[in-house]
Design a protein around this ligand. Structure first.
Ligand SMILES: [Zn+2]
Length: 316
């Protein structure tokens, strides 16, 4: 039931729709009413930067791992055993190393897991949850939401949540869209099915309220950024992206982001992928970031759900 559309795209994977569809190549004809309507569908509301963090700490650290493994390739139609193996390294090597580091430093994190990854290896999800980490929604098979009509997207969200609820034993409350790709309906659906927060958007450095048609959706956005995403700097695909920074340089960027967030008393949110960061020559970045955060004094480490709840309650 994919609604793929054709012709020029108005956004990232966004299929043309409605009265604009026949003049997407003439954006200068867009009326104020039209752009106001588009911008108003989903918009950033009140900034939710708290005056203080739990346990009298000065800033928050929220680590996340998008546990995509091989399903990104599956969803992309690349079934070559070699490419699938490249993703499977995340399960065999990445996650165990990451869990070991987090356990040694007694730091919680959030693992956003596509439901199919959880079905391929339920024990991995159980181990993640058993170590006290949060499990969050990350699509069914890591397909782009904007390819889906509303009913299909809703059904997939519910199905993925049921799988993760059952396997993790947790009540899933958080959502991160695959590839940060949101359909015009995604946020409304995430609110409708009763989740507490989304973590796919980039409108602010601090968490913020998400508005739907100008009204508070009840969802907190825990914002992401490409700047704080390991895959941007370190990922490789044959004929496509390739690492363009060394791990040391990536660490320096993350460290600068951490120090600036700490200085502002804000949250330092970081996104990593086990199959990208889990290499021997890279995984140390996680440990050094945790150690550096602790050395600054006043760090509070929380899951994305804990951050979302804290900022919402603080702003109430
Ligand atoms: Zn992903």
């Amino acid at each position: 039931m994919a609604n793929q559309g054709s012709g020029p795209r108005i956004g990232y994977f966004d299929p043309p729709e409605g009265p604009l569809a026949d003049r997407l190549d003439r954006p200068w004809e867009m009326t104020e009413h039209e752009w106001t309507e588009i911008l108003g569908r989903v918009s950033p509301g009140r900034r939710l930067k708290p005056d203080r963090w739990p346990e009298r700490s000065k800033f928050a650290v929220a680590l996340s791992f998008d546990t995509d493994h091989e399903v990104g390739s599956l969803a992309g139609g690349n079934f070559a055993p070699g490419r699938l193996a490249w993703g499977q390294r995340g399960r065999r090597v990445g996650v165990p190393r990451i869990l070991d580091i987090l356990a040694r430093h007694d730091v919680p994190a959030t693992f956003f897991i596509p439901a199919v990854v959880s079905l391929i290896d339920p024990d991995e999800t159980r181990r993640i949850a058993g170590d006290g980490h949060e499990v969050g929604l990350h699509g069914w098979i890591h397909a782009n939401n904007s390819r889906l009509d509303r009913d299909t997207e809703r059904e997939i969200l519910l199905r993925a949540r049921e799988v993760l609820n059952n396997i993790s034993g947790q009540d899933i409350v958080g959502h991160r869209s695959a590839n940060f790709d949101l359909s015009p309906n995604t946020i409304e659906l995430v609110a409708e099915i009763g989740l507490e927060y989304d973590s796919s958007m980039m409108a602010d450095d601090s968490p913020y309220e998400l508005l739907l048609a100008g009204k508070n959706s009840g969802l907190v956005e825990v914002p992401v950024e490409w700047v704080r995403d390991d895959a941007v700097y370190l990922s490789f695909s044959r004929g496509g992206s390739r690492p363009w920074l060394s791990p040391t340089e990536v660490f320096e960027i993350f460290k600068d982001e951490l120090e600036a967030a700490a200085a502002e008393g804000d949250v330092f949110q970081l996104l990593m992928h086990p199959h990208v960061i889990g290499h021997r020559s890279r995984v140390w970045i996680i440990e050094k970031i945790i150690e550096h955060a602790k050395s600054l004094g006043g760090a509070w480490f929380g899951t994305h759900a804990q951050v979302a709840r804290w900022v919402r309650e603080s702003a109430a």
